[in-house]
Design a protein around this ligand. Structure first.
Ligand code: CO
Length: 213
C-alpha cells in the first residue's frame, strides 16, 4: 500500500507506460469522449471503488460519491451529476451502491456524531427511528447495521425517483433507464442486488407502471 505521496506519481508513470505499450490506442480513445452506460452513486469509503469490483474501465462508470451514498435533493453537486448523466450522457442504468460495515451508517445508528458529518447522515438517523421495530428484532449488532445499510440504499433509490430530474425523464421516455439498489459485502467482495418495493412505489405514482427491476 503506498504511504508516500511520490509513490503515487511513480505508480502512475509505470501504469501509463505499460498501457501505452500494450494498447497504443488506449489514451487516444479515452481522451476523445465519454459515453458511460452507468451512473454509480456510492459511498466515499476508500474500499468502494466500484470499477474494481465490477471490472469496469475508465469511461464506463459516471460517478458520484459521498459519505453513506446519500441522494440529497438539496445537494446541487449531486443534482448536477444526475442531470448530466440522465439528460446528456443518457445512461441506461443508475446504481445506488452502499456497503456493509459502512462507517456513516454505524455513526448514524449510534447518533453520536456532531457537526457537518452528523448533519449529513441525519437522514439515516431518521431511518433508524422509522425502522426501529424491525431493526430491534435483529440481535447481532453487525447484522443490524448491515440491514440498516440495505434500508439506506432502498431509501436513496426512493429519493432518486422523487427528484424532478428522474420524474421528467421517465415521463418523457417511460422506461429509458433503470434504477438499481446494491450493497457490497466487503467480507466477500460480492454485490447483492436489493429487492426494491416497486409495486408499492407504483401504487404511490412514484414509478411508471411498466418499470421492472
Ligand atoms: Co460507507
Amino acid at each position: 500500500m503506498p504511504q508516500r505521496y511520490d509513490e503515487l506519481i511513480k505508480n502512475n508513470q509505470i501504469w501509463a507506460n505499460q498501457k501505452q505499450q500494450t494498447m497504443p490506442e488506449y489514451f487516444a480513445r479515452l481522451s476523445h469522449s465519454q459515453k458511460p452506460p452507468f451512473l454509480y452513486i456510492g459511498c466515499s469509503d476508500s474500499r468502494m471503488p466500484l470499477d474494481t469490483f465490477t471490472q469496469t474501465e475508465p469511461g464506463e462508470l459516471f460517478v458520484h460519491r459521498n459519505i453513506a451514498n446519500q441522494v440529497s435533493v438539496t445537494d446541487i453537486n449531486f443534482l448536477s451529476v444526475l442531470d448530466y448523466a440522465v439528460n446528456v450522457l443518457k445512461v441506461k442504468h443508475v446504481i445506488v451502491c452502499g456497503h456493509y460495515r459502512c462507517g456513516g451508517v454505524a455513526a448514524a445508528y449510534e447518533g453520536k456524531v456532531k457537526g457537518l458529518v452528523g448533519n449529513w447522515i441525519n437522514p439515516i438517523r431518521e431511518l433508524v427511528l422509522d425502522y426501529n421495530a424491525e431493526l430491534n428484532l435483529i440481535d447481532d449488532i453487525e447484522q443490524r447495521l448491515d440491514r440498516l445499510s440495505e434500508l439506506n440504499v432502498i431509501k436513496q433509490v426512493e429519493n432518486l425517483y422523487k427528484t424532478s430530474i428522474v420524474q421528467h425523464a421517465l415521463a418523457e421516455c417511460n422506461v429509458c433507464f433503470q434504477i438499481h439498489g446494491w450493497v457490497l459485502d466487503l467480507k466477500t467482495g460480492l454485490i447483492k442486488e436489493l429487492e426494491l418495493p416497486l409495486e408499492q412505489w407504483k401504487a404511490k405514482g412514484l414509478v411508471p407502471v411498466g418499470m421492472a427491476q
